[in-house]
Write a protein that binds this ligand. Sequence first.
Ligand code: P5A
Length: 445
Amino acid sequence: MRLSRYFLPVLKENPAEAQIVSHRLMLRAGMIKQQAAGIYSWLPLGYRVLRRIEEIVHEEQIRAGHIPLLMPTLQPADLWRESGRYDDYGQEMLRIRDRHERDLLYGPTNEEMITDIFRAHVESYRQLPLTLYHIQWKFRDEVRPRFGVMRGREFLMKDGYNFDIDRDSALHAYNRHMVSYLRTYERMGLTAIPMRAASGPIGGDDTHEFLVLAATGESEGFYDDRVTRLKLGDRQIDYDDRAQVKAVCEEFTSLYARTDETHDEAAFAAVPEEHRKAGRGIEVGQIFYFGTKYSEPMGAMVVNERGERVPVHMGSHGIGVSRLVGAIIEASHDEKGIIWPEGVTPFHCGIVNLRQGDGAADAACEALHAGLVARGLAPLYDDRDERAGAKFATMDLIGLPWRITVGPRGLAEGRVELTSRRTGESEAMSPEAAVDRIAQIYADR
Ligand code: P5A
């Protein structure tokens, strides 16, 4: 992509309405535009990151054996009357009436609708286990939408729902989600700690929130800080192997980690003092097991091995896809701007031409651009007629992890510079070597 032809409306000034760094940087980097309180347009750069996060979420869900579908944003109120949640949800639910005076709502979550799909098509235990998920916009009329996409009213969520014949099998689904979420967050360069939590309007007793530690987070957690050092890494997981998946969950949940709602002072006191930590975090996901809370009232029954009709055991599992964009920035930035982890970066690298209009520099940049594209990479080439300082400032602000700088002086010696956004370190090399290096960096991602 050539920057002169792109749409990247960066702001020079700090927007006054932004209270936290991720919101400020998303506005300044031209990623989002607010349209109403808690409702945003995703401008091209922001949209690329959002899409990238969606892709990672899809890949890890499919790897875990979960099946994508797509449900609508608008739902009939009658479904929610069946579960009893139409009244429970209160003012957070956006209620709509159509021209036929039928009650609709903009879905804040989809337990009822997925249960409706299930009961229409599944009859036997032989069709289980089943986990269906989608990535779709949600609406919650939050009292205080704030911090940009972190607490929006309209926001993008991945929500998955498991259907199992019994509690044991449903708990395996719960564990499978926990492990797939750990892998998802790690691929985004995040450390997200699973903390025992409270279930709120979704229901059930088994629930974990995933918290990314950050002073600006809206959740509060108490934890043994050794939990922050655990990594899934690239170990092979067989998601059908109940014992293996359970062992990974135990590894990640046996150290003390709870949100304030379930905090237990006595148990916390047993953590060695030097490891006892309290801190704020951003909730980037939550998983629930709630048994037959929806299947019973809504009649989602299957015939079991003994020929009896029984309600299915369910859980639901959510990732805050749009919130993750803010969370990643909170976790990865400096005073100059965003620093994207390679896994989610909107462009793989930037190309900065120090002397636009210089024949050799222009040709070298074009060749670099073509070489990177030929390797399946997406470079952003700053081909504007701007000062070098302004070009560097834009690149630093939008946070591409790698930058190739091309100038007539270096080119005379056959060299360009490759710079890491994170460390600021530069290395001179031939243009071909720079392309190879970038391709190598992204080879496994
Ligand atoms: C699980 C999936 C649920 O709704 N039902 C379907 C369950 N869980 S949840 O914890 O309430 O939401 C899941 C994740 O969505 C994100 N989230 C938000 N993101 C931005 N703005 C909001 N207002 C908002 N509310 C929830 C969080 O990441 C949460 O973990």
